[in-house]
Design a protein around this ligand. Structure first.
Ligand SMILES: Nc1ncnc2c1ncn2[C@@H]1O[C@H](COP(=O)(O)OP(=O)(O)OP(=O)(O)O)[C@@H](O)[C@H]1O
Ligand SMILES: [Mg+2]
Length: 342
């Protein structure tokens, strides 16, 4: 993958968005990779994707096998871990970020690293210091904020995250402009909406308190005229089944699906304007197209396999094209509200 030198496509400010649900396996990584590809390849957007999940599924999806082996077989692979590690050795923020370009997906990427999990402790310990106004703790907590400040040449910065409400994800949620929630239609997935809302409100207050009481605010990245906003949710259709249990599953699905707008409004209305329609769209279950796109390291809209894949690829194109338009629409609604309230 070549190194990159991108420029923003428009003159609007860079928007950072994390894709988060603390229920696992709901399609976060698949959505990040395919929506970012659609925006990059078909909408002329410059997108940076950051794989901040120690599972590294996004990186494995995007990197062709040979490149994957070359990079991770090298002595010191340059990854998201290399961005955070200098902080724990007292070297401060890293300035030359390790950004690669994905030819197939069209976006730039900071690749993931299982060693990122080792930094969970650092971020957790430094969070305690941050809340008390300690400069070291605040600097560590604001590491992703610094990364965003350094990548203002992009239109959008996407974060793929693991499914926990731990210290790494806290630092991301406190750094970005928006969170978007990929959901499967099940009870735990909707409980997760409540968890996110509650956790973020407390963290924002704690960070604000720490910043106000910091020993030397000039030492810190410029903060925070912004608050985290909710951009919307994307539902993932369940796999249709023909067996007997299918009817029961469909009934449960329809029931939860109907309740979802009220659950979102109850738990997250604090984070979005009334004029927003938070349901960005639904992703059909695309059966074998998803694993095929993983094997070929190609986005679903461009999977080169033939046969039944041709029809599924057409469906994927329709789905992701509609999603991208609704995503951009929700950004423009929430950005307008943000500008008004400033
Ligand atoms: N639209 C789809 N059609 C068919 N399969 C899909 C679709 N979206 C995702 N999948 C499959 O569902 C599984 C889980 O998806 P994914 O890895 O994106 O979830 P995740 O929320 O990122 O998981 P984790 O919480 O582990 O990070 C994957 O095997 C993926 O291929
Ligand atoms: Mg994932």
């Amino acid at each position: 993958m070549p190194q990159t030198n991108v420029k923003k496509s428009g003159d609007q400010r860079t928007k950072s968005i994390c894709f988060f649900n603390n229920k696992g396996g709901v399609g976060k990584t698949t959505l990040v990779a395919n929506l970012a590809a659609e925006l990059s390849l078909n909408h002329g957007c410059n997108v940076l994707v950051i794989d901040a999940d120690p599972q590294c599924n996004l990186t494995q999806y995007v990197l062709p096998d040979e490149e994957f082996l070359t990079i991770y077989g090298s002595v010191d692979p340059q990854t998201i871990y290399s961005v955070i590690h200098p902080l724990s050795t007292g070297k401060g923020y890293r300035t030359n970020l390790p950004i690669l370009k994905s030819k197939n997906f069209g976006f730039d990427i900071i690749i993931g690293d299982p060693r990122l999990a080792l930094k969970e402790d650092l971020l957790a310990q430094d969070w305690r210091d941050a809340k008390a106004g300690g400069i070291r703790g605040l600097r560590t907590t604001l590491v992703f904020h610094n990364v965003i400040e350094q990548t203002q040449q992009y239109d959008y910065i996407f974060f793929d995250m693991g499914p926990s409400l731990g210290a790494i994800n806290r630092a991301i949620l406190l750094a970005v402009d928006y969170f978007l929630v990929p959901m499967s239609i099940d009870i735990f997935s909707s409980w997760a909406l409540k968890n996110i809302g509650e956790a973020v409100k407390v963290w924002e207050k704690d960070l604000e308190f720490g910043m106000k009481n910091s020993e030397d605010p000039t030492e810190l990245p410029q903060l925070i005229s912004k608050k985290l906003r909710f951009l919307g949710y994307v539902t993932q259709q369940h796999k249709e089944r023909r067996e007997k249990e299918g009817t029961r599953i469909v009934e449960a699905y329809n029931h939860i699906s109907k309740q979802l707008p009220a659950v979102v409004s109850k738990n997250l209305s604090y984070f979005y304007p009334k004029s927003l329609n938070p349901h960005i769209g639904e992703i059909k279950h695309l059966a074998s197209l998803a694993p095929k796109s993983q094997t070929l390291h190609q986005p679903m809209i461009n999977v080169s396999a033939l046969g039944s894949y041709t029809l599924m690829r057409k469906q994927a194109r329709e789905i992701y094209s509609a999603l991208a338009l609704r995503f951009l629409e929700n950004l423009s609604v929430t950005e307008a509200e943000r500008t008004e309230s400033q």
